[in-house]
Design a protein around this ligand. Sequence first.
Ligand SMILES: [Zn+2]
Length: 252
Amino acid sequence: MRIRFVLPMLALVAGLGTVVATPAAADPGPVTAGDVAAADACYSWGRSLSQGASGEDVRQLQIRVAGYPGYGGVLAIDGQFGAGTKAAVTRFQQAYGLGADGVAGPATFSKLYALQDDDCSPVNFTYGELNRCNSDWSGGNVSAATAKANALVSMWKLQAMRHAMGDRPIVVNGGFRSVACNNAVGGATGSRHLYGDAVDLGAGAQGFCGLARQARNHGFSEILGPGYPGHDDHTHVAHRSGRLWSASSCGI
Ligand SMILES: [Zn+2]
């Protein structure tokens, strides 16, 4: 989000009695897509993206629409804008009432800017709650950078899930674990918590089964909940190769 830019700006123009979001004092012209992009502290897209495009900007888009692959789907974060990415962008646009053409342009980017914090995490989730083990993401089964990057994708999936469930808070009890943290809590060998993409969810307003069922729509290939050994008191969502969904008490 561009809070740091917008708040002083609005305060300034509000005093003049007209709320016009000017991008900078030196440039009083109308806001364009480029201005909005330039104002985002995390990441800014410089072109519209549609099927056939490729590159880092596509990969950045894929991270943010990873929660929109459709039931049972997992969107590849590969920098190639294929049919799956188009479908995910379309679902994202539909979810927020935007023109749903599967092309990521200014309106789509503006919504994404509004949904992300300066550290690129979605506004309703934080790296801190995804890692209650240590502060530097080290000691897992992947590099610290990979673990943190995996957690970011999971946060965007959770943001999609949260929106689909009425924008009520989702309770996060933890995520990444180093080997030491995993051993300390008796985690399974090879647990996805060691890779940074697993998240343990509290019941919240949605309930464990509500979360587990909904997670099937948002790119989580691993869902473990009530009825699965050790998971009667939380719902675990993660990424893995292949699918493992098990929450027998929820009919999953
Ligand atoms: Zn877990």
